[in-house]
Design a protein around this ligand. Structure first.
Ligand SMILES: [Zn+2]
Length: 55
């Protein structure tokens, strides 16, 4: 996956998750935001569809 392509984790399909495990590990490492809708976490807002800052 291209680094500048910011598709929210919320929209990733199973296949995309499987193909991008390396990227995913980076995205969810030391998370700063949580998606209020999907309860996923990420270190940048752009990876979530409804981001809320974690404490
Ligand atoms: Zn979401």
């Amino acid at each position: 996956m291209a680094k500048d392509k910011a598709k929210p984790l919320c929209k990733w399909k199973k296949k995309e998750i499987a193909e991008n495990l390396g990227d995913l590990a980076e995205i969810v490492r030391a998370p700063k935001y949580i998606c209020q809708k999907c309860t996923r976490v990420a270190h940048k807002k752009k990876w979530l569809c409804n981001p809320e800052k974690l404490m």
